[in-house]
Design a protein around this ligand. Structure first.
Ligand code: ADP
Ligand code: MG
Length: 471
């Protein structure tokens, strides 16, 4: 009968699913209405209960209509070695079985004994970059909290109460998510005490799918369960219903067992649209931290840390402070561009055997420079800068005086107000001592015409614009 039930189950769920979830399910006993089944791990038990309880029951009912209940328990390792036969099933003390263990019966021992290789073994961990450690991570305003939480997680010991679970870090591209996650992995793996596994969401996906194909899904799942800290990078790439279900289950199982989960993604949980609702709420239930864009100070720190790292191998490489400041000020917020800039300067100065200069830097990193954000220029700023340039007072500009040394600067200022701000002509007139909008229009036309033919005025105007933009 048991084998017929198994046959039905196999047909009903398909060979792959059957092999990965039910192959090691054993029959313990049958008592009129209830059937007692067992599986080797708690993980399997909860998964089957959550997803296949109905299916299992209906397969039994097809063979034995009187069955109304399925009890599922976790076998001890010993019982697993000697599977129960249908005929002579001793009564099982369920409480004892329930207590058995939170660790799976099967564990990948190699993970425990070779901490660093944990990232490259049968589990299919993603490769780690040896440079991405806490030592090289620069802390600034935008990442203080994420860094502190990551450190806390990394320094935990096996069995410590887990404070933030999962720890979910989100930030845009190049803002240090992978750096921080790998730092956690390195730090956690540096002792033999804990098993930390770093996986990109893609790797998780492929690992699971590949395991299903080769029918080692069970080993994959149980290996995941043997981990103390699971680190998943780029969660936004997790796709596919069955992988999400698998991920969700792994997440729940790990968290329930008091293991730490650390996740990074490019958006907050609420924006992970393709993700199952339950996963999303579980993610949001831990600590969610955003890392903001890299401020100038942080960019400078990262540049310095990169240069210091490069100098370890290239002692003659040096970047003057002035160049570092220039790069920090002008390069985009993306950390990858900072890294790229240092690499280029290094390559250039090595290949040409030249010291790094500001001119070289300007040339080499031109394409990495952040487009100037349009600055909101105020009419007061225009009046102040123009007055300074022409050596008149601001009240002169606003007055009704008509002497030539005041009229021209006033017209230039009104022209700039029209071209650099969104203010209307009447508004500009009001701000220039209550003038009429036709006066403003006249000034704008006049300067436009002059700029077209008077090179020195055109240069003056350009210089004023630059001053206003860079203030
Ligand atoms: P993300 O995974 O968020 O896209 P990465 O972690 O890959 O970003 O960071 C991109 C680059 O910027 C890497 O070279 C990384 O080392 C560097 N970086 C980003 N933030 C920091 C930081 N706070 N300290 C040091 N390096 C950083
Ligand atoms: Mg990344």
């Amino acid at each position: 009968r048991w084998s017929r039930v198994k046959g039905r189950l196999r047909t009903s769920v398909g060979e792959d699913v059957y092999t990965s979830w039910f192959a090691r399910m054993d029959l313990e006993s049958v008592h009129d209405e209830s059937v007692h089944l067992s599986v080797p791990t708690r993980f399997l038990k909860s998964w089957i209960q959550a997803h296949y309880a109905e299916r299992v029951l209906s397969c039994w009912q097809a063979e034995m209509p009187q069955v109304h209940r399925i009890d599922l328990s976790v076998r001890t390792a010993m019982r697993h070695a000697a599977p129960a036969k249908e005929a002579s099933v001793p009564q099982i003390d369920t409480r004892r079985i329930e207590r058995t263990d939170s660790r799976p019966a099967v564990e990948l021992r190699s993970v425990a004994t070779a901490p660093v290789s944990a990232s490259h073994d049968a589990l299919g961990g993603s490769p780690l970059d040896p440079r991405l450690t806490f030592a090289s991570f620069v802390v600034g305003r935008s990442n203080t909290l994420a860094h502190a939480a990551a450190r806390q997680v990394a320094e935990g010991r096996r069995g410590d109460p887990v404070m933030f679970n999962p720890l979910y870090i989100h930030a845009g591209v190049g803002l240090g998510k992978t750096h921080l996650l790998q730092a956690v992995t390195w730090a956690g793996n540096s002792g033999i005490e804990r098993k930390v596994l770093y996986l990109t969401a893609e790797k998780f996906m492929y690992g699971f799918v590949a395991a299903l194909k080769t029918q080692t899904a069970l080993a994959f799942k149980e290996a995941l369960r043997g981990i103390d800290v699971l680190v998943i990078d780029d969660l936004q790439f997790l796709q596919g219903k069955s992988t999400q279900a698998e991920f969700c289950h792994t997440l729940n199982a790990l968290i329930d067992a008091g293991r730490q989960v650390v996740i990074a993604a490019d958006r907050p949980p609420s924006d992970l649209e393709s993700l199952d609702d339950r996963v999303r709420s579980r993610l949001a239930g831990g600590l969610v931290v955003e890392m903001g864009s890299l401020g100038e100070e942080l960019r400078l720190g990262i540049l310095k840390s990169r240069v210091a790292a490069a100098r370890a191998h290239h002692a003659s490489f040096d970047v003057p402070e002035q160049v570092l400041e220039y790069l920090a000020r002008t390069i985009t917020h993306n950390g990858r561009d900072l890294e790229g800039a240092v690499n280029r300067l290094l390559a250039h100065s090595k290949l040409n055997n030249q010291p790094v200069t500001l001119e070289m830097a300007e040339r080499e990193v031109r394409d990495l420079i952040r487009p100037q954000e349009p600055k909101r220029i105020k009419i007061e700023d225009i009046q102040r800068v123009v007055a300074r340039q022409y050596n008149v007072s601001r009240s002169d500009l606003l007055s009704s005086r008509r002497t030539a040394n005041v009229v021209r600067p006033r017209q230039v200022a009104m022209y700039l107000a029209k071209t650099l701000t969104l203010r209307s002509l009447p508004e500009i007139g009001r701000r220039f001592g209550g003038r009429d909008h036709t006066t403003v229009l006249h000034a704008v036309r006049k300067i436009e015409a002059l700029v077209a033919k008077d090179v020195s005025l055109s240069e003056e105007v350009e210089s004023l614009k630059r001053q206003l933009q860079s203030e």
